[in-house]
Structures are given as structure tokens and as C-alpha cells.
Design a binder for this molecule. Structure first.
Ligand code: ATP
Length: 294
């Protein structure tokens, strides 16, 4: 089932086009990453989806239709850090948030437990680490047991321990069946946490789909071969392209698991002696740059 469909969204701020004709779908249960460098339109997109901003063109549907107020209550949202009271405890802060949202206090301890702060519930917010503050913010958006969570750069500004805690929390919320939509400018984060992604660059959608499909990369094999070997190598089964790099030939395959022995044997049978033959996998960063630079 599709939780969210985005159809041709565009948004301009005066002369700046923040989003241009963006369309994608978020399946139920996905951890869906909106990945893009700074200024690519991630926050604008989440703002539109949460009705904070109006698009210039396009539509979106939550749960298969134009969202009603009841649908909105099924979505927990963390677009910017909430204004918690520094001199009040974690529990008191969530009581205030619950009152504003029109929820009772019955679930607060469970939510604090969920974000690992139950033992610190009576501690003043001001004494919390940044990671704890962010976990409390996620706790606030968990009030009302939303099915969907929308998070804008949830690990921004945290130290490595805080980042790991938030990523683990997101993955555990996903295991409970929540659908999560999160913006990030970190490829590594999307790769570690997300099942699906949409890649934005300057407001345009470059690609969308399963992270494993998008980041799937074939092998690259480099070799030093005599002049004239290029056409023979290009005909080796599975080779998509042959390119020259630093005086070496690079064979680009669509798949991984290429056998160097078989390439050597093939060359030998065609009268070609290779001086050098090595497997060179493309890094994820290279794939990301390839996607964002073209
Ligand atoms: N209120 C605004 N007025 C004018 N321009 C804006 C406004 N908000 C965003 N922009 C511009 O729209 C573009 C997209 O910004 P947006 O904040 O959505 O991107 P982002 O991917 O979330 O970036 P970041 O990670 O830096 O927050 C940028 O060029 C930004 O400068």
C-alpha cells in the first residue's frame, strides 16, 4: 500500500525555484529518505507535505486521498526542534506538548521509555545532552501513536553517539511498523537507515526507488592490455562499457561477481596477454557523485 503519493510538486520563492515537478511514492512500512545537498529543497518539500507551505503546482495524497484533519493526526512530525522549557523536566515538557496537541497524559511514560528517557523523566531539560534533547523531541512527535513519522535532518548537530542513538531509534520505530519519511544530506545515513529514497538536486528529483537498487553497483575491472584489445574486451559477456583511465582500460559491468580468471582466459584465447588485471569496485560516494553531477 502507498502511504504518500507526491505528484508534480513545484515551489518557487520569488525567482528561486525550490522544487520543480517532483513526484514519488512512499510505500507503507518504508524508511524513506529524502536525500540531497543543502538547498536542494528537502525542507520545502516536507513543509508542503505537512501543510506549513503551499505549493505553486502539484498535489499530494496521504493514505490514498487529500488528507483530512483526522489523517493529520496519524502523522507525527519533527520539522524543527520544539521549544521545550529548559527549567522543566522531560515529563512536564511532554505533558505540555500533550495538552497542546489535545492528548491525555496516559501514554507519556511509555513514550519516554520508547525514546530511552524514562529513567531521566524528572530531570530538567537543560541538563540533557543534545542527543537526549533530540530523543525527547522525537518522543513529542510520538504522542498520539502516529503511524507515520516525518523527520527533518533528525541527526543534524549531534555527536557520533547521539547520531547512532537516533538512527537506532528510527530503525526500531520502523520495526514496529511505522512508516518514516526523513530528510538527510548524508548519503551514508540514508544508506544505513533507509529502505527507499528520493534524490533531490536543486529542487529536481534525480531518482527514486529502493536504496539497494539505486546504490546497486556493478564491478569495474581495470586492466593493461595491448593496443587493439579494446574491441575484444568490449565483447566480453556482461561488459557495459570500456573506458580509459590513467593509461588503463576499465571494463564497466552491470553486475557484481565478475570472475577475473574468466576474463584472463577469454583474453588469452583471443591472443591477448594482459599485463595487469584487477577488480576495482566503485565506492558509494562515486555513485552518488555520478547521480548528482550528471
Ligand atoms: N523562505 C524562503 N525564502 C526564499 N528562499 C527560500 C526560502 N526557504 C528556502 N529557500 C530557498 O529554496 C531552496 C531550497 O531550500 P530548502 O531549505 O528547502 O532546502 P534543503 O534541501 O532543506 O536545504 P538545507 O539542508 O540547507 O536546509 C534554497 O535555494 C533556499 O535558499
Amino acid at each position: 500500500m502507498t502511504i504518500l503519493s507526491v505528484n508534480g510538486l513545484s515551489k518557487r520563492y520569488g525567482a528561486i525555484t525550490a522544487l520543480r515537478d517532483v513526484s514519488f511514492e512512499v510505500p507503507q512500512g518504508a524508511v524513506f529518505g529524502i536525500l540531497g545537498p543543502n538547498g536542494s529543497g528537502k525542507t520545502t518539500l516536507l513543509g508542503i507535505l505537512m501543510d506549513v507551505l503551499k505549493p505553486n503546482a502539484g498535489t499530494f495524497q496521504w493514505f490514498g486521498h487529500v488528507p483530512t484533519a483526522d489523517d493529520r493526526r496519524r502523522i507525527g512530525c519533527l520539522l524543527e526542534t520544539p521549544n521545550f522549557y529548559h527549567y522543566l523536566s522531560a515529563r512536564r515538557n511532554l505533558e505540555i506538548t500533550a495538552s497542546i496537541k489535545g492528548h491525555g497524559f496516559g501514554e507519556i511514560d511509555a513514550v519516554l521509555d520508547r525514546v530511552g528517557l524514562l529513567s531521566r523523566k524528572d530531570t530538567d531539560f537543560s541538563t540533557f545532552s543534545l542527543g537526549m534533547k533530540q530523543r525527547l523531541a522525537i518522543g513529542a512527535s510520538l504522542l498520539g501513536s502516529p503511524e507515520v513519522m516525518v523527520l527533518d535532518e533528525p541527526t543534524n548537530g549531534l555527536d557520533p553517539v547521539g547520531i547512532a542513538e537516533i538512527r537506532e531509534l528510527i530503525k526500531s520505530l520502523s520495526r514496529e511498523g511505522k512508516t518514516i519519511l526523513m530528510a538527510s544530506h548524508l548519503l551514508d545515513e540514508v544508506e544505513k537507515v533507509c529502505t527507499h529514497m528520493a534524490l533531490l538536486k536543486k529542487g529536481e528529483l534525480l531518482t527514486t526507488g529502493r536504496v539497494s537498487d539505486i546504490l546497486a553497483q556493478g564491478d569495474i575491472v581495470e586492466c593493461k592490455a595491448p593496443a587493439g584489445a579494446r574491441d575484444v574486451l568490449a565483447a566480453f559477456p556482461g561488459v557495459q562499457a570500456v573506458q580509459t583511465q590513467d593509461g588503463l582500460l576499465e571494463l564497466v559491468f552491470a553486475e557484481t561477481g565478475v570472475s577475473l580468471g574468466r576474463i584472463n582466459e577469454y583474453c588469452f584465447s583471443h591472443g591477448i596477454i594482459l599485463e595487469h588485471l584487477a577488480l576495482k569496485r566503485k565506492s558509494l560516494e562515486a555513485r552518488f557523485l555520478e547521480l548528482t553531477q550528471n
